[in-house]
Design a binder for this molecule. Structure first.
Ligand code: SF4
Ligand code: SF4
Length: 475
C-alpha cells in the first residue's frame, strides 16, 4: 500500500455522464470485451459448467418413473426435486416468493451481486457460451471490432454466417430444454419426432423461444443486465458500505498514471505514484463497458473479470494483487481485510432460519388435500327414524406418487357419514371426487347450523381435520 496516496479519491473528471452502452447521440455503443484469464475466471468457468450441465440434464432426469423437475403451467402440474406440487399448494408458492425476496435482499446486502456474475443464466449463457463462440469464430476484441467496422468481404460474410448459425443452434437447444421443463420429457419427445403437422402450436412455441433467446444473446446482451433486469436496478437501495462488491482500491491506486520503464526497477513497495498504471485493461475486459475505478455502478454484475485483468497487471509490475478486489467500501476506505462481522453473521443466520422455515413447510406439507362443501342449493332432508340429513361434496387430492387408502370419521358419535359411491382409495397423483350424506338424530339438533368436524384418516393416523356445518330444522 502506498502511504503517500492515502485518501486520494479518483478524479471526478474521469467519471462518465453517459451510459456505457450508448454513444453521444444516444445510439447503441456495441461492446467488444477483451478476453481474460485468471483464478476467478477459472472458478467461474467451473461453476458455469456445473450449472449448464444441471440445466440441460434437468428435464431428462427421472426418479422412480417420475421427472425430477416439471413446470407445466398449462396443465398446472409442478414437480420440484421429485416432489409434486398442486395448485392447492399455492400458499407454499406465495410464502416461497416472500422468502425468496427477503433472501435475495439479505443476500445482496451482505454478498452484493454474486448471483449476477456467477449464477444468473443470462450471464452464464452470454459470457460462457455465446461470447466464447464469438471469440472462437471472430477472434478477440480488436479482431471483432475490425471485422464489424470493415467492409463486407467473403471472410466477413463467412464468419458472420457461421457465428449467427451457431447462435441459432444454441438458442434452439436452450429453447428445447425450456420446453422440456414445461411440457415434460415425453411430450417433448413426441413433439420433435411426430409429424410436424400434428403439433403446430408446440412447434410455433419452440420457434418463438428460439427467436427470443437468439435476440437476447445476439443483440440485447448486456442491456438485459444494465437496463431490463429489475434486480440490477435495485442495487442502489440494497447495497451499503459493508456489502461485498467488486471494488477498486482508490487509496492504493490513485493518483493513477502510466508507468515508465525505469520505475519498474525501483525498490518494490515504494512506487512514486499510485499502483494503477492506467492501462485500462479492467475497462477493456468489462462485459458491461464500465470503468470500475469510478466506484460502484449499477451496471457492475460482479463478474470479477476486471479483478483477474488487474491482478495480471499487478503481477507484471511487481505490485501486490488486489488493486481491484472483492471487498466492501468500508474495507477499501479503512484498508482492513474482509472479516465476518457480527452483522454478516446475523444476516447469514436470518438467511438460514428463512430457508429452514421454508424447508419445514415443504417437508410437513400434507400428502392429501381435502375440500368439503355442502351441496349447493340444498338445505336438509328429514328421513325415516327421526333423522335429518345433509348432502356434501368432497374433493381429495393425492399429492404423492402412490395410491392412498382413506377413511373418514365424524367428531360426533351420534352422527353418521355415508358415501353415495364408496371413496376408499385416492389414486396416485390424482383428484378423487365423492358425494356423501351426514345423518343426525333430529332430537339432538339444537340449532339451525351445527358445527361438525370430519377427520381424514390414513391407516390410524389423522392426516387432516375438516370443519363444516350441518343445517337442521328450526326448533
Ligand atoms: S487494470 Fe488495474 S492498473 Fe490497469 S487501469 Fe485497471 S485498475 Fe489500473
Ligand atoms: S466492473 Fe468488473 S466485475 Fe463489474 S461488470 Fe465490469 S468487469 Fe465485471
Amino acid at each position: 500500500m502506498n502511504a503517500m496516496n492515502t485518501n486520494v479519491a479518483p478524479n471526478p473528471a474521469n467519471f462518465r455522464n453517459v451510459l456505457p452502452t450508448a454513444d453521444a447521440a444516444g445510439g447503441r455503443r456495441w461492446l467488444y470485451p477483451r478476453r481474460v484469464t485468471g483464478r476467478f475466471t477459472r472458478w467461474r468457468t467451473v461453476v458455469a459448467v456445473v450449472l449448464l450441465v444441471a440445466l440441460f440434464v434437468g428435464p431428462f432426469v427421472w426418479v422412480d418413473g417420475h421427472p425430477l423437475f416439471l413446470f407445466n403451467v398449462l396443465e398446472r402440474r409442478f414437480i420440484f426435486f421429485g416432489v409434486p406440487f398442486w395448485p392447492q399448494d399455492f400458499y407454499l408458492v406465495a410464502f416461497g416468493l416472500i422468502v425468496f425476496i427477503v433472501f435475495i435482499s439479505l443476500f445482496t446486502v451482505v454478498f452484493g451481486r454474486v448471483w449476477c456474475g456467477w449464477a444468473c443464466p443470462q450471464t452464464i449463457f452470454m459470457e460462457m457460451v455465446f461470447r466464447k463462440i464469438e471469440v472462437w469464430i471472430e477472434g478477440d476484441y480488436t479482431a471483432r471490432q475490425r471485422l464489424d467496422t470493415g467492409p463486407w468481404t467473403t471472410e466477413k460474410v463467412a464468419k458472420k454466417s457461421l457465428k449467427h448459425g451457431v447462435f441459432l443452434l444454441v438458442s434452439f437447444a436452450i429453447s428445447n430444454t425450456f420446453l422440456a421443463y414445461i411440457i415434460g420429457r415425453d411430450q417433448w419427445l413426441t413433439l420433435i419426432t411426430d409429424n410436424p403437422a400434428q403439433h403446430p402450436v408446440g412447434l410455433a412455441t419452440m420457434g418463438l423461444f428460439t427467436g427470443v433467446f437468439y435476440l437476447v444473446f445476439a443483440r440485447l446482451r448486456e442491456i438485459v443486465c444494465t437496463t431490463i433486469c429489475p434486480y440490477g436496478r435495485l442495487q442502489g437501495v440494497l447495497l451499503d458500505k459493508n456489502s461485498l462488491i467488486v471494488a477498486y482500491d482508490y487509496i492504493r491506486g490513485e493518483p493513477r498514471g502510466k508507468l515508465k520503464k525505469a520505475e519498474l526497477t525501483l525498490i518494490p513497495g515504494t512506487p512514486p505514484k499510485g499502483d494503477c498504471i492506467d492501462c485500462k485493461l479492467c475497462v477493456q475486459v468489462c462485459p458491461t463497458g464500465i470503468d470500475i475505478r469510478n466506484g460502484t455502478q449499477l451496471e457492475c454484475i460482479n463478474c470479477t473479470l476486471c479483478v483477474d485483468a488487474c491482478d495480471e497487471v499487478m503481477d507484471k509490475i511487481n505490485r501486490p494483487r488486489g488493486l481491484i478486489r472483492i471487498d466492501s467500501q468500508q474495507g477499501i476506505e479503512q484498508g482492513k481485510p474482509f472479516r465476518f462481522t457480527a452483522r454478516i453473521r446475523a444476516y447469514s443466520g436470518a438467511l438460514v432460519v428463512l430457508l429452514g422455515v421454508m424447508g419445514f413447510l415443504l417437508i410437513s406439507r400434507p400428502v392429501l388435500d381435502v375440500t368439503v362443501l355442502r351441496a349447493p342449493g340444498q338445505l336438509f332432508q328429514r328421513e325415516a327414524g327421526g333423522k335429518v340429513s345433509n348432502l356434501y361434496l368432497i374433493e381429495v387430492v393425492n399429492k404423492t406418487y402412490r395410491p392412498i387408502p382413506v377413511r373418514f370419521r365424524l367428531s360426533r358419535p351420534d352422527a353418521k357419514l355415508s358415501f353415495v359411491q364408496p371413496l376408499t382409495t385416492v389414486p396416485a397423483g390424482e383428484l378423487a371426487k365423492g358425494i356423501f350424506f351426514i345423518n343426525l338424530p333430529e332430537k339432538t339438533i339444537r340449532s339451525t347450523s351445527t358445527s361438525l368436524r370430519i377427520d381424514v384418516l390414513v391407516g390410524d393416523n389423522v392426516v387432516e381435520q375438516i370443519g363444516t356445518t350441518f343445517l337442521g330444522p328450526v326448533r
